[in-house]
Design a protein around this ligand. Sequence first.
Ligand code: GLC
Length: 596
Amino acid sequence: MPPRYDELSRLYGQLYRGREDTLGVLLTAMEEAYQARPADLKESDRAREADPGWYRQRSRLGMMLYTGPFAGSLRGVADKLSYLQECGVNYLHLMPLLESPKGRSDGGYAVSNFRRVQPELGTMADLEALAGDCHRRGISLCLDFVMNHTSEEHEWARRARAGEREYQERYFFYDNWDIPNRYEQTVPQVFPTDAPGNFTWQPDIGKVVMTTFYPYQWDLNYANPVVFREMTENLLFLTNRGIDVIRLDAVPYIWKQLGTNCRNLPQVHTLVRMLRIVTEVVCPGVLLLGEVVMEPALVAPYFGTPEKPECHMLYNVTAMCTTWHTAATHDVRLLRHQLNQVAALPRGYTFQNYLRCHDDIGWGLDYPFLARFGMGEVPHKRFLNDYFTGKLPYGASRGALYNDDERLGDARLCGTTASLCGLETAMETGSPAMTEQALALDLMLHACMLSQSGIPVLYAGDEVGQRNDWGYRNDPEKAGDSRYLHRGDFQWDEAALRQEPDSVQCRLFHGLRQLEEVRQSNPIFDADAGNDAVLALGRYKDGEKLYGLYNFSPEPQKVWLSETGTYTDLLRGTPMENPGVLTLGGYEFLWLLKRM
Ligand code: GLC
């Protein structure tokens, strides 16, 4: 028996004791999916198997976007592929686009049909065609697989509501609140103000259903092997349409157990490992990206081990939120500590680095570390939120709170990169000095992100400094969810200004392109300082050394480069002899290369 089969059958037996006979149906589904896999995708599987690091090259640059707000439809996105290529993008994450009920969709994260595209965005055939177009241009496509729950409108949920026991068993149904109340004692809340509690009473059927996220998102019960098998079939249906990367949405939540916090339970890792085996067998060119928005100690286990890998890629969520903390405090000590921790992880781990995504910024910082400097969790979160919502007398940031829970002092934050960097305020007040400062900060944060190991992913619009969309507050379907602040329509007229020399859009767009091109053309990007306002990042490869220096404060800072010799300023292309003491202006950064 092949080793993958042995392991799959062992893991399956662990989760589904007494139901081992159902494994055969899963294996048949895998076989059918393999037979149905188009020849060109099989060919690309083989090429990727021969080059397992294909996705980790320094030339990889991602962008995430919502199909509707970006280009109206999937065909619209196909028409915009040349723009994405102009941005240097070769990895495209399309936000959820499967069928999802209007107004009860959580931005597409409540799927009512895993095999149908949301009609106004197009059809499955359009998605397949787009995947083909992307592949011809060397762009890999990522799609969400919203696996923790379905929409209450999904056929399974409808049949469960209609009283079919078989379908009720695919969810968590209770006749009364006894067990739900016991869960509530140990399970935290995801949306404490927008959607409090983890269960929802269904008056029409007199039952309680588990709804960890929104009340219309019914949690799937993966302890039922039919759920695992049918969801796996849905996943393989998508990969056979040409999707290269599957984003496992909210994956830490997929196993529930009374008396626990229902997060990151060992069974979650068994399920992810099984999915990895399934995809390695059926579509080995496909990658799994885990959405694990947790503290670092809980994130890394989702890579699995070298012998038993789970996800290929994970989000570097801690570096993201710590970067914003650093932008507010002008103090790099926590970021340095955090990046050192990431740097200490095995080299094979691939993180997606990003500044902003479609979600809020949760302040999941290392508070025990911050406590050393007298920063307490609740007051510090308040400071960060005040800073980024522009409540303090200094700072030009414009953001909005998300799920502000007065009791916990635990609000999270929304806003686009540009607005959080102060560009919105600067452009409204017309202050050239503020504009300069906002641009400097925006570019510096991107440079810092782009010099880290892993795959950089831009949030569409950030490349041209798109500001917040406050209009969401007038749309009743969006008003209750401040994440729509940074999910506005792509402003094509503003993006066109990237061609106008000296415009804000032009400076950002080309500033970013330069950083990305330098990153792509220098092999040093393949794989600490004494000044608390300046971050020094070192990269070493084949006798070359890169120093990335970032001044996180608006004040000039001196840094001492003790090593003598010739350095090259990569962004200006100029040599530098024995630099010794350097002065960095406010928010200035340098990429210095030294050959041994
Ligand atoms: C993930 C998504 C988020 C969504 C949630 C529920 O965390 O990123 O946008 O609300 O899952 O599906």
